[in-house]
Design a protein around this ligand. Sequence first.
Ligand SMILES: NC(=O)c1ccc[n+]([C@@H]2O[C@H](COP(=O)([O-])OP(=O)(O)OC[C@H]3O[C@@H](n4cnc5c(N)ncnc54)[C@H](O)[C@@H]3O)[C@@H](O)[C@H]2O)c1
Ligand SMILES: O=C(O)C[C@H](O)C(=O)O
Length: 357
Amino acid sequence: MQPTSNANQRIARISAHLHPSNLRMEGRCSSLMGANCRAKGGAPGFKVAILGAAGGIGQPLAMLIKMNPLVSVLHLYDVVNTPGVTADISHMDTGAVVRGFLGQQQLEDALIGMDLVIIPAGVPRKPGMTRDDLFNINAGIVKTLCEAIAKCCPKAIVNVISNPVNSTVPIAAEVFKRAGTYDPKILLGVTMLDVVRANTFVAEVLGLDPRDVDVPVVGGHAGVTILPLLSQVKPPCAFTPKEVDYLTNRIQNGGTEVVEAKAGAGSATLSMAYAAVKFADACLRGLRGDAGIIQCAYVGSQVIELPFFASKVRLGRNGIEEIFPLGPLNEYERDGLEKAKKELAESIQKGISFVRK
Ligand SMILES: NC(=O)c1ccc[n+]([C@@H]2O[C@H](COP(=O)([O-])OP(=O)(O)OC[C@H]3O[C@@H](n4cnc5c(N)ncnc54)[C@H](O)[C@@H]3O)[C@@H](O)[C@H]2O)c1
Ligand SMILES: O=C(O)C[C@H](O)C(=O)O
């Protein structure tokens, strides 16, 4: 049967609206784009925003979050290139509705109503740099983004990826304190990549499948502050002193290994996106009320005398429900902890002073 002329007109109108130049971005949306004509985020599920969504981590992270069945709405914010990333990701036939937001003037729209905000915005390292060398640029970026979070979605869980995590999490906490919205249960520095690496490297040494290995990694997310607790690996196992040295060094320098291999083209992006979505999924399952969700994260803490520390936490409906003590450490780990504390204390203070100055 031939379509009627009305139907022809409707198809022509829809085709015109679906032209890439009309793809929906906040502030220049087309009335017939997918995000407008379908679920509008009304479907059950969580609303997630990625800030820095067009970057090396942001893009694969956006793709993986779009694949997560717990997510109904995905907001992609960046200062560049979100129209293209949004158009691309929005064609995936998974449930989440994707919306793009470009530039500072659309930041607040990107954040309103969000349950989880993931921040991979900021510059990455080049060979020869430490994560702390990123402070001067990334501290200001994280501060500005957190000011908007405090205003638009103060109850959202915040996952901070931007380096130096040891300082950017204290920066976020100070911003939220100033705004009167600080809740340590919902601010988490993402150290999941250290755990992912530790599981992989330990599994290699033991000849196991990495999915069967669980290595707690505590402390922080830079060099000696990354403290794998090899005495607490599951399944229980013993390492020779040589293996302990090898594994500790490799886990502490995993980021540098990637930075050097990329030779100036940035730092870990794909493994980080994998780790970030693994962590985000744990946060969302916790919010949903699933029991027994335990991950390592860098959080406001009283586990040791420092105000921020990475350790195992139990995630639930309110974010962090419980922070676990370190458990028994061997002499090697106690020495490592002392070294970690010194550097961590300086990084934390640097972050706090940046906001208070
Ligand atoms: N926590 C971890 O384990 C871990 C792992 C890897 C990388 N990182 C860190 O993540 C950050 C991002 O790394 P990447 O490789 O994706 O870098 P990238 O340069 O590829 O991407 C960063 C993105 O942030 C955006 N951006 C810059 N300023 C912004 C702002 N004010 N608001 C919103 N977006 C902004 C950029 O436009 C870019 O798209 C770096 O700081 C890196 O060190 C952390
Ligand atoms: O090493 C970096 O600079 C990026 C990240 O922190 C990582 O551990 O890969």
